[in-house]
Design a protein around this ligand. Structure first.
Ligand SMILES: C[S@@+](CC[C@H](N)C(=O)[O-])C[C@H]1O[C@@H](n2cnc3c(N)ncnc32)[C@H](O)[C@@H]1O
Length: 236
């Protein structure tokens, strides 16, 4: 299992970065409630520090989470305690003891990027093969007709010195190469860099995205561009 992102330094500041306005967690959770309804047993892939999972638990959902970063998962465990189940796993090696009515990814393994030409699937997994494998593994832990919700985010852009509280400033440098996106993150305290991370993402073309979902047995069922999630259904 690899852990190539979210080292201990960035995970220490992750909550501050997110809570400074990156996502609206409460509205995401309410939207997920509309999507999952009475399907109460839900899996989050790339649960991170459990910020959104906590909101889901508050709404009455039973949340299990996977993440391959021990640093992030330990923070989620502290936040949610015995209310949730945690698995230190790479999605490429996913094996879970139960099935779920729904799965969501909020910037976890996948997200959709809102761009001028539409919504584009992006992933922490860099090859088609890996993405197909991960989607097939996910399909196996979903009940029949189970739902997969993937969040929609603003296109990642370079930005500097965003105040995240406690004299800390967050900056990100994004180099968009079309098929791949390189992103560097920094947290500065006064003039010192206290956390640094580098990640690489994959962007899929619309035909590649369709192929991935078709081959892994998912069908798009709701595409509301003003909403925060795209919903797919397991069909085989
Ligand atoms: C941007 S964070 C999102 C965390 C959380 N969903 C949130 O909204 O705060 C992405 C998370 O996905 C995890 N992740 C990325 N690739 C993964 C993989 N192949 N298997 C398991 N977890 C992965 C990272 O370790 C990280 O914690």
């Amino acid at each position: 299992m690899k852990e190539n992102i979210y080292s201990s330094s960035i995970s220490r500041y992750y909550d501050k970065i997110i809570l400074a306005g990156y996502y609206s967690l409460k509205s995401s959770a309410k939207e997920l409630r509309k999507i999952f309804g009475e399907k109460k047993n839900i899996l989050e892939v790339g649960i991170g520090t459990g910020l959104l999972a906590k909101e889901m638990v508050t709404l009455g959902y039973h949340i299990s989470g996977i993440d391959f970063s021990k640093n992030m998962l330990n923070r989620a465990k502290k936040r949610l305690g015995k209310k949730s189940k945690f698995y230190l796993q790479d999605i490429l090696e996913l094996t879970l003891p139960e099935k779920y009515g729904g799965v969501y990814s909020e910037g976890g393994i996948w997200w959709f990027s809102r761009e001028k030409k539409g919504l584009f699937l992006q992933s922490h997994l860099l090859t088609k093969h890996e993405n197909l494998l991960a989607l097939k593994k996910l399909s196996k832990v979903l009940e029949n007709n189970g739902l997969l919700a993937i969040n929609i985010q603003k296109k990642h852009k370079t930005s500097s010195d965003i105040n995240i509280g406690g004299n800390l400033k967050y900056s990100q440098k994004v180099i968009d190469k079309g098929k791949y996106i390189n992103k560097e993150y920094f947290v500065k305290s006064k003039k010192n860099i206290v956390a640094y991370q580098r990640s690489k993402f994959r962007r899929f073309k619309k035909n590649e995205e369709k192929d991935l979902f078709d081959k892994s047995g998912f069908r798009l069922i709701k595409i509301n561009k003003n909403k925060h999630f795209i919903v797919l259904k397991k069909i085989k």
